[in-house]
Design a protein around this ligand. Sequence first.
Ligand code: HAS
Ligand code: CU
Length: 558
Amino acid sequence: MSNYNGSDIFSSKTKVDAKDGKLVLANMAWVAFALFIGGTAGLLQTLVRSGQFELPFGIGYYQLLTLHGVILALVMTFFFIMGFQIAALSRTAGSLNNTERRLGWIGFWVMTAGTLMSAAMIALNEASVLYTFYAPLQAHAIHYIGLTLVIVGTWISVAGQLMRYFRWRKENKGHKTPLLSYMTAINNVMWIVCTIGVASAVLFQFIPWSLGWVETINISLSRTLFWYFGHPLVYFWLLPAYMVWYAIIPKVLGTKGFSDNLARLSFVLFLFFSIPVGIHHQLVDPGIDAFWKGLQVVLTFMVIIPSLMTAFSMFAVFETYGRKQGATGLLDWFRKLPWTDARFVLVFIGMLFFIPGGLGGIINASGQMNQLVHNTIWIVGHFHITVGAPVILTYFAAMLFLLPHITGRKIDKIANRLGLFLAYTWALGMGIMSLAMHWAGLRGAPRRSTFSEYGGAEVAQEWITYQVMQAVGGSFLFIAIIIAILMFLKLITGPKQAEPEEFPVAMFMDQDTPVVKWVENWRLLIIITVFLILIAYTVPITQMFTENIPGAKGFKLW
Ligand code: HAS
Ligand code: CU
């Protein structure tokens, strides 16, 4: 069952194919570059908000904030996800064929072209609309076209990945698909279904409007289509991290994962419940009936379940491992964990951040509490301890073994030490910054704002200390980014080894239990997914067409 083409998935000797590896590396080069540019922008923002610093060369705060959001939240993550998923497929389903790999390359170049178009518009100060590009702020049409190309590029790459997955299934009828390959398929299918929302908004609303073909835009509709995509987007970032947690970390510890079947079920639940919940970003928006907001809040609470299942599985793995190492008391298994292995420490610190990160999400989703935190910098704190800690730290851990695995090297002592430094510096910087953001947000400090003093208003005085804390945290994070880049360089420049670093793939305690068949019945999965979307969205979206909402002209406020 664990074999394909004669090679064993669980053997430390099974590798990512060399040609696929080049494609993975090309994607990862963008990750490093985007991280550096986006991190620099982030540092400058925290300095501006501290009230002690002004941007040079006429750069605008919102211009910088747009660059930060687009380059980190969209560009860096998308390139990582494409690269990582291709590596995971090549490692567990076997190498891509020429067509599949060519689609990977075409996708890569289309994403690159789109990124450069958008980046140029941001640099020319033609697109300071932030990464959510809310109307009626209006950017240059090339910015929207660039973003569209980025998404279309991911579709092309994803098409190649899905072809690889379905080819494995055809060639290995009756066998259970390697877990990592299965997980990439779930993430990719979710991606295709959700990006239809943002693609429709951009193609039918933003592009005609920014080209002047139509004068006005339906704001409610554009935001709703955006969040139909915007919420699953956060799971598109998260699921590759969960792939590492479920299927790779147990092997790093030298033990087994908790349950292969449970991992698959949690991914299926993400497919079902990620999409029909986007309105939890619009709980205070006008134009959507309270009933539909309430329904989507309930569905949001459903999507918390697979994360709780993940937390449970990880605790089970860690405790079982610790006890195998001889721990006997209630909690001393904790001390037995491999605290000197950067792959583990990076991921573990990420998990710790996700405990308050997830709790904050539950607070945001709770209708009444959302009114207190919405549009405050609390939300910025929330997403920095979700995507900015568990997700990105896990990406770093993946880079730590992927880069040497592909380039024929090993993680040496220095790279491992850099990884440990990275984990602790990141934890310190993100800890200080995000705590300050949550605190200031509860005291009413707004998000998406260049002002720190508010003309000396009394309430704003309370925020200054937190804003200075944010700048201190941001500075540590910038140092951490430099460490990350040094780590990447160390990983690809050491001496080549006969046996490269392993791409760890774990077995599970229930490895030989047959897989529950329906989790790979794609027709059924897609029907349920679409059914839930129709329930959650049909009426609110129809109302946006029928209730005669006045259209808005475009504004360029910068
Ligand atoms: Fe969120 C806003 C609700 C998760 C990202 N979120 C955002 C925005 C971003 C974002 C970027 O309902 C801002 C968008 C913007 O620009 O406006 N979020 C949630 C909920 C969850 C959630 C319910 N968010 C995420 C994740 C993100 C992310 C994941 C990125 C990757 N979020 C919201 C809401 C808003 C929002 C509202 C809108 C707010 C507004 O008003 O604008 C849930 O998925 C969270 C579930 C997670 C858990 C945690 C489980 C814990 C685990 C770790 C276990 C630890 C272990 C370690 C095992 C319940 C898995 C062992 C430890 C030892 C101690 C030994
Ligand atoms: Cu959300």
